[in-house]
Design a protein around this ligand. Structure first.
Ligand SMILES: Cc1cc2nc3c(=O)[nH]c(=O)nc-3n(C[C@H](O)[C@H](O)[C@H](O)COP(=O)(O)OP(=O)(O)OC[C@H]3O[C@@H](n4cnc5c(N)ncnc54)[C@H](O)[C@@H]3O)c2cc1C
Length: 407
């Protein structure tokens, strides 16, 4: 395996480092070192800085507001930002830029690209994901929300659930059943709908951290223009699966950097509490270290495939399964090291809850309780459960027989 990047990628790395040197505050420790209000303000400012320097959507064509750069340069940028302890954008960019934006670049019409991509990059439009329904999660093909064509519009009726940051979005990309008579995966259309359209109602759901991370979205005769179909009418399944590749695998090369930073903090926690002399704890820390190293090499492997084919195939499932299951073990270890102290909340609440706390976060119980004890649980559920990833790996990578379906 060739682990060195070609010279042109290293030249771009030098450019990114110069940009970081010029734009990060002196003595920058990471957003975790800021109070929540400061982190919120910094995150807004930082997104604007990335945008103004053409560092959001850097692989998108220049005609749509993107940077026109290569996928390898995108990875170099992501690595350097992670090393410098700054995010790639706002949390909402996960669904808006990473998922929908990349999907539009691949599947959108010329009109959609020109109309929507610049607004996604500027942050004027924020898109959230409307896939899951109360009776359709793992079995996504079982969605019941309906859309029917009426003149120049689609009329939508039904419900979505678990819509992350649904209350912060301006629009929702959703899967709708448009041909109830077709076999279930063939009667689905990928639609875009403004969240302020009459007939759309967003209701936040409070979760066990006490926050309202996601929402239910109800549609009652809500209308969206016909030009908001992405891909073919009744051909939405292909678009939906392509988007899931971005959701599951895109951070394969940068996740290990964040998990390594978290592991360093975990080792520091063990030292601070004197638990680093306990052979069982030492053994488990060593286990974590090996997993993060495996994650790093896995990331390179997935990256190589992505650079060669331009697609994130079923390997994205390997990455997703690996980091989410690793993180629950690391989370359990953190709580065990904290011991009785872990029952008391102290310090600031994390600004970001998913995967790791922001780099630079202090070793307080709140950081570990919110990110690890509570939110790490959901890592093996969102973006497809572990069982579903194992099915994909079994069927698409290992060539095992398809699982039997209940009739
Ligand atoms: C934090 C978080 C954020 C989320 N954000 C969004 C979002 O923004 N937009 C969105 O649309 N959705 C979102 N989701 C929903 C998520 O995609 C679903 O929860 C997930 O796909 C699982 O679906 P389900 O909850 O309906 O569980 P179910 O599908 O009912 O599964 C229940 C259990 O059965 C198992 N199971 C199901 N089918 C099989 C099978 N064939 N073989 C073996 N085991 C099986 C599952 O693994 C699971 O353990 C989010 C979820 C979480 C936790």
């Amino acid at each position: 395996m060739e682990l060195r990047y070609p010279p042109e990628a290293e030249a771009f790395r030098a450019e990114v480092r110069a940009f970081l040197g010029a734009n990060l505050p002196a003595g920058w420790q990471g957003m975790g070192a800021l109070s929540n209000d400061e982190a919120e303000a910094f995150s807004l400012r930082w997104r604007r800085t990335l945008y103004e320097h053409g560092l959001l959507g850097i692989t998108w064509p220049v005609a749509y507001g993107g940077g026109g750069r290569s996928k390898l340069e995108q990875v170099v940028l992501a690595e350097e930002l992670a090393q410098a302890r700054v995010p790639m954008g706002r949390v909402a960019d996960t669904t808006s830029v990473k998922m929908l934006g990349n999907t539009l670049v691949r599947w959108g019409t010329e009109d959609q690209k020109l109309r929507l991509l610049p607004r996604i990059l500027s942050g004027d439009d924020v898109w959230v994901q409307g896939y899951s329904e109360p009776d359709a999660g793992s079995d996504l093909g079982g969605i019941a929300l309906r859309a029917r064509r009426d003149g120049d519009d689609w009329v939508i009726n039904g419900q979505k659930i678990w819509t992350s940051r649904g209350d912060e979005g301006t629009g929702i990309f959703l899967l709708a059943r448009t041909d109830p008579d077709a076999p279930k995966h063939r009667g689905i259309t990928f639609l875009l709908c403004p969240l302020d359209a009459p007939g759309v109602e967003v209701r936040p759901i409070r979760v066990l951290t006490g926050q309202a991370e996601f929402c239910e979205v109800f549609f009652t005769d809500a209308r969206t223009p016909a030009h908001n179909v992405v891909g073919e009418v009744n051909g939405g399944w292909t678009v939906a699966m392509s988007l899931l590749g971005h959701e599951r695998g895109e951070e394969a090369a940068t996740n290990p950097i964040l998990f390594r930073a978290e592991l360093d903090r975990l080792v520091a926690l063990a030292r601070e509490s004197g638990r680093d002399r306990d052979p069982v704890i030492r053994d488990r820390l060593a286990w974590c270290y090996t997993k993060v190293e495996v994650m790093r090499f896995l990331g390179y492997r997935i990256l190589t495939g992505y650079l060669t084919t331009g697609e994130l195939g079923p390997e994205a499932s390997v990455s997703k399964l690996f980091w989410s299951e690793y993180h629950q073990e690391a989370a359990n270890l953190a709580m065990e090291i904290l011991g009785a102290r872990g029952m008391i909340r102290e310090g600031r609440r994390p600004f970001k809850h998913f995967r790791t706390d922001e780099p630079g976060a202090p070793n307080t119980t709140n950081s570990w309780i919110d990110v690890c004890l509570l939110n790490a649980r959901s890592g093996t559920v969102y973006a497809g459960t572990s069982q579903v990833q194992r099915n994909i790996i079994g069927e698409s990578i290992l060539g095992l027989p398809k699982e039997p379906t209940a009739r």
